[in-house]
Design a protein. Structure first.
Length: 308
């Protein structure tokens, strides 16, 4: 792992830096590169613009590790209201939620009940709930929550991280559920004992996981979202699954708002199914630092946004 990435990930966990950075106008201006605004209305307006260009959206309210049950209840209520607000979109605007937003640190059972309620609302409105994957210490609990929420075929998917050595086994354990998977490379600073730290290894893991999942799941109601901005890797996956009869409509590309926007439009025009993850809310600091750490180019984007 590069020194810059390690430093940015360490900074994402610093309360001292968070408190100071969030008061700085120049930092907030840089953040605006990656999110349309802090209010849910800002995110919905951005989603509408994307739909006019043939792309769907996934909305996520930033925040994690709530410390009070009432906070977790408020997050669940927010997402329930959002699912009702976008019901007319019939799945063109989905939601993504972190388990620690729903109180996983406090009580797994109550967290699971909140998540199940969201899944039931999504099922009733023709929508979908994505469960984000956080640090590896939460992985087992997150997968338990996914199984619970998906009972009865509820529309629930989970994020898996290709840089974790355990992910291939996790994917196999999920296969009987005909799962929906968002596959990302990974954005946390995990030790070498449990995670690949060399980019080539991470890319190889990502490629192998995506291709095997698509080929082995052909003909079944699975769903795969390629959560990466690595367009060369996306096209490599497409090329490897094409001989098996899996076309560009057989998976999704999930990119973040404001990152490689030109590629998002190009891929959508080329016939790929593109979803854009739109973040909003005032708890943006740790999320933003992890976005900078993911790709060195993001740091360049942030610096350019500060210039006249």
């Amino acid at each position: 792992m590069g020194l810059l990435r390690r430093a940015l990930l360490a900074a994402s966990q610093s309360r001292w830096l968070r408190e100071r950075a969030m008061r700085r106008e120049f930092v907030r201006r840089a953040v605006s590169r990656f999110m349309p605004g802090e209010e849910v209305g800002d995110a919905l307006e951005a989603a509408a613009r994307l739909r006019s260009s043939g792309m769907d959206a996934v909305l996520t309210r930033l925040g994690e590790n709530v410390t009070d049950e009432s906070e977790a209840d408020a997050v669940a209520a927010h997402y329930l209201d959002l699912l009702s607000r976008v019901a007319a979109e019939r799945g063109a605007v989905e939601i993504s939620v972190k388990p620690t937003q729903l109180g996983l640190d406090l009580d797994e059972g109550r967290c699971g009940a909140r998540l199940r309620t969201l899944a039931e609302r999504a099922q009733a409105t023709g929508n979908f709930v994505w469960i984000d994957m956080e640090q590896t210490t939460y992985a087992d609990a997150t997968l338990r929550l996914c199984r619970l929420a998906r009972e009865g075929g509820r529309p629930v998917g989970v994020c898996l991280q290709a840089y974790l050595r355990r992910t291939a086994a996790d994917l196999e354990r999920l296969r009987p559920l005909d799962p929906a998977i968002r596959l990302v490379k990974g954005a946390y600073d995990e030790p070498a004992a449990i995670a690949y730290r060399d980019k080539r290894q991470v890319d190889a893991s990502y490629l192998g996981l995506a291709v095997s999942f698509l080929k082995e799941g052909r003909g079944r109601p699975i769903r795969l979202g390629l959560g990466t901005h690595d367009v060369a890797l996306i096209e490599q996956i497409a090329a490897q699954v094409a001989p098996a009869g899996i076309g560009r409509e057989g998976f999704e590309i999930e990119m973040l708002y404001g990152i490689r926007t030109g590629e998002q439009f190009r891929l959508a025009k080329a016939g790929y199914r593109v979803q854009v993850l739109i973040a909003y809310g005032d708890a943006w600091y740790p999320w933003y630092m992890r976005r900078l750490a993911e790709r060195p180019a993001n740091v360049t984007f942030a610096i350019r946004s500060l210039l006249p």
